[in-house]
Design a protein around this ligand. Structure first.
Ligand SMILES: [Ca+2]
Length: 548
């Protein structure tokens, strides 16, 4: 219903009349020889009338340095027309968004909506600049509030909806109208590109508004949002005492990752410092138990081993949330290999599990669910509270398995994740894909419009020991515009600005396997094959000369 009511509302309102076109003078000739007229000059866009949208400003920005609001340092951008606007689809809404449009000679004729991170609260200027540099008209929104915490939801149910799905759709509709008015035509193609919360937004668009976009990139999607939030609370309570003391010192996380990789690196037949698929890794942290049997809290033990309490904590994070009553798995645990693989807090369990003084996203329970700023995480009832949350806030989810409307629209969906993601457990992302495959009639029928790529050893959206830089947009453009579906993406690992390893990321569920000759750091020496059954691990390959 939501889809039918809202989709196309804005587009239907402003006919692009000859009179509107006549206000400009600029004309251009398309490849087919048809003369088109560039639309309203940038500065005049401020006078554009779109229902529920207020355009605050429309200004030309010259090529060069541009410092977006809130940024410490400038970005380098090509010239563009910058439109600042606010959408108020409800009386309580305050959805700020910007639309950036290249000059006609630089515009590729396409539109790209870009997604957010965390609980958003900020326009994604760097992603907009990236889209602009590739010739796209682009838009981003603050999703209807400012800041990354969740207090905005207290007493503002409509703003929670704005954040959950409405802002991206409203932004998309309005941006297309603005682009049409300035560029003289609707975008030839529209893409959405997001990771993390942006991945959630991407899947929400494919599910709720299948006609908004022709191509959608969903990275490390936090689409199973309610259970993901319960899992944050679970992992925090697993690694902290009831009075909030940390059981597991962050300094020990790299030790655990090292041991997990040692245990599981060879499962894929190649000792290369990367766990290929953590679902096939069953490393038990008891292997790290201190030999002197020391136990107790952090600080009383040896830096090279784990106390029994620490072993138990790590196991709980791996295992994920289970119903204490039925044993049902509520949400996947964090993968082996994600514990601590890098120096920054997001390259391991620090940022979302270990470091917060309270469970990450506890504001969800306080401000979205129970409307009680004093809600105490110790009172969680996993079954009762989960049932209540899923009944009360279903719009926070983007877990629909039937994507028939998006497929029928001709849409193409490219989803990716990092197999070492310490924020959104990749096992849940794979499980979502598997469930869509089941619903949509099998892997072949699903691959016609929806492909999934998992990057071994990649963290949350980027980083990690595995090759983690790859061009999803170029692959999706080929698929949408030329009908060439991606069977693999070539990923690079970069150290100090230098590529030191490339690998294919194979279309799921295929996996990359070394051919047995040549450097294990070159993608060309790998094939995409069906994974070996976990019960019969392949013989360890003969190491190549430069293997690490
Ligand atoms: Ca390996």
């Amino acid at each position: 219903m939501i889809r039918r009511v809202l989709a196309g509302v804005a587009l239907a309102v402003i006919p692009l009349t000859a009179q509107v076109l006549g206000t400009t003078g600029a004309t251009a000739r398309t490849a087919s020889g048809m003369v088109t007229t560039a639309g309203t000059p940038c500065a005049n866009l401020a006078a554009l009338t779109i229902p529920n949208i207020t355009i605050k400003s429309a200004t030309m920005v010259a090529a060069g340095a541009f410092t977006p609001p809130g940024a410490q340092s400038p970005m380098t951008v090509p010239a563009f027309c910058r439109i600042e606007a606010t959408a108020r689809p409800t009386s309580d809404s305050d959805i700020r968004f910007e639309v950036w449009i290249p000059p006609s000679d630089a515009w590729n004729g396409k539109f790209q909506g870009v997604g957010n991170g965390g609980y958003s609260g900020a326009i994604s200027y760097p992603a907009m600049a990236t889209a602009l540099r590739r010739g796209y008209a682009t838009a981003s929104t603050d999703t209807g509030h400012t800041g990354d915490d969740m207090k905005f939801g207290q007493g503002h149910p409509e703003r929670i909806i704005d954040w959950a799905w409405r802002s991206i759709h409203v932004m998309t509709d309005a941006a297309k109208v603005i682009v049409r008015d300035h560029g003289g035509k609707l975008p030839d193609r529209s893409y959405f590109n997001g990771c993390s919360s942006g991945g959630h937004e991407a899947l929400s668009e494919a599910q709720r508004f299948p006609e908004d976009y022709d191509g959608i990139i969903a990275g490390d999607p936090a689409n199973n949002r309610i259970r993901q939030t319960f899992a944050f609370l679970w992992s925090w309570t697993a690694t902290h005492t009831m009075d909030g003391q940390s059981i597991l010192p962050a300094a020990k996380l790299p030790l655990i990752t090292k041991a997990a990789i040692e245990a599981c690196d060879g499962n894929d037949g190649l000792k290369d410092g990367i766990i290929d698929d953590p679902r096939r890794c069953h490393f038990d942290p008891i292997k790290l138990l201190c030999r002197n049997g020391s136990s107790g809290l952090a600080g009383n033990d040896d830096a090279t081993c784990l106390t029994q309490a620490q072993v138990d904590a790590v196991k709980k994070v791996y295992d994920g949330v289970k119903s204490p009553h039925t044993g049902e798995q509520i949400f996947a645990g964090w993968p082996r290999g994600s514990e601590g693989f890098g120096d920054s807090p997001i390259q391991g369990w620090r940022q979302y599990v270990m470091d917060p003084a309270e469970p990450m996203r506890v504001g969800f329970f306080r401000y979205f669910l129970f409307h009680d700023p004093n809600w105490d995480w110790r009172t969680i009832d996993w079954d009762r509270d989960l049932a209540y949350a899923e009944q009360k806030l279903p719009f926070m989810q983007a877990v629909e398995r039937d994507l028939t409307p998006f497929k029928r629209h001709g849409g193409k969906l490219l989803m990716y994740t990092g197999w070492a993601d310490p924020v959104v457990p990749p096992q849940d992302t794979a499980a979502y894909y598997d469930s869509v495959v089941k619903t949509m009639g099998g892997i072949e029928k699903t691959r016609e419009f929806f492909r999934f790529f998992a990057a071994p050893g990649m963290g949350h959206c980027s980083g990690g020991p595995g090759p983690n830089q790859f061009d999803t947009l170029a692959a999706l453009e080929q698929w949408v515009e030329k009908g060439v579906a991606p069977d693999k993406l070539i990923a690079s690992h970069i150290t100090n600005g230098k590529v030191d390893r490339t690998r294919p990321l194979c279309v799921y569920p295929l996996v990359a396997r070394w051919k047995g000759v040549g450097s294990t750091d070159e993608a060309a020496n790998f094939s995409c094959v069906t994974a070996e059954p976990p019960s019969a691990p392949r013989r360890t390959a003969t190491p190549s000369s430069n293997q690490r």
